[in-house]
Design a protein around this ligand. Structure first.
Ligand code: COA
Length: 259
């Protein structure tokens, strides 16, 4: 890969799994302007790449996934700059959520504030046993500004989202799983568990994965059922559909081409 970043590490393995690591371990991987700029370009690259089939995001070191927006930078802003920063954070995390390949957060420690919002913009979250998640912005006299007030209620319901946002308390991995904030707790490493999950996803038809993501992202919209039917019908024109059904009838494993 030709791209190189100072605050991110990108690694793509031979099966097309990209691991994107936020790499500021001495600052608990806090999201400063440079991280956001680099993340924006990295996501453009990932979206356009034919090689990348799934994305796992994580944080460097074993203490933090991402401990939030960089508080040092937040401290110096005026109100209009703060609004711009919020809109940029929302846009970049939306770009992450809108990817049509599986996107998994391997939450390997603190996922606070913007870090929790980063994880929530992923399609699936896997937490390490030492993970702590939360939106502590109110303790700074702020509110979440990178989509957290919109995504948390979708995951955990409005009442729990209000409780967590208004107290700013951190939840441990066990509770996060219980309330639906994370999907799974890793027995050993969150990254290894994420790789395992991705492996089982990548055995499926790639075009089916894409259309499933697109359809689920329409849930709650008035046009959701209609989109589902269109996306379902579209797959009938693919080689993957023919291969998947033939393989079942011929009692063999399918070999998908993504066409
Ligand atoms: N922004 C900027 N720097 C941060 C940061 C953040 N969100 N989170 C941690 N850091 C920095 C610390 O300032 C410290 O830097 P220093 O060594 O130059 O002083 C370094 O990362 C290590 O953090 P430290 O607080 O010493 O580690 P800890 O193990 O005692 O505590 C946390 C870890 C995550 C509990 C604590 O750092 C924390 O509360 N961070 C802020 C969380 C937050 O409010 N996030 C929401 C922001 S919107």
């Amino acid at each position: 890969m030709s791209l190189s970043f100072e605050t991110l590490l990108l690694d793509v393995d031979e099966s097309g799994v990209c691991v994107l690591t936020v790499n500021r371990p001495d600052k608990m991987n806090a999201l400063n302007n440079q991280v956001f700029e680099e993340l924006d370009s990295a996501l453009d690259h990932i979206r356009e790449s034919k090689e990348i089939k799934a994305l796992i995001v994580t944080g460097a070191g074993d203490k933090a996934f991402v401990a939030g927006a960089d508080i040092k930078e937040l401290n110096t802003l005026g109100d209009s700059e703060a609004k711009k920063k919020s809109l940029r954070g929302q846009r970049v995390f939306q770009k992450l959520e809108d990817l049509t390949i599986p996107v998994i957060a391997a939450v390997n420690g603190y996922a606070l504030g913007g870090g929790c919002e980063f994880a929530m913009a992923c399609h699936v979250r896997i937490a390490s046993e030492n993970a702590l998640l939360g939106l502590p912005e109110v303790s700074l006299g702020l509110i979440p500004g990178y989509g957290g007030t919109q995504r948390l209620p979708k995951l955990v319901g409005e009442a729990k989202a209000l409780e967590l946002t208004l107290t700013g308390r951190f939840v441990k991995a066990e509770e996060a799983k219980e309330i639906g904030l994370v999907n799974q707790i890793a027995e050993e490493s969150a990254l290894e568990s994420a790789k395992e999950m991705v492996k089982s996803m990548l055995k499926q038809g790639p075009l089916a994965l894409k259309n499933a993501i697109l359809a689920i992202k329409e849930s709650g919209n008035e046009s959701g059922y209609n989109s589902e039917a269109n996306l379902f019908g579209e797959l009938y024109n693919t080689d993957d559909f023919k291969e998947g059904t033939s393989a079942f009838l011929e009692k063999r494993k399918p070999s998908f081409t993504g066409k």
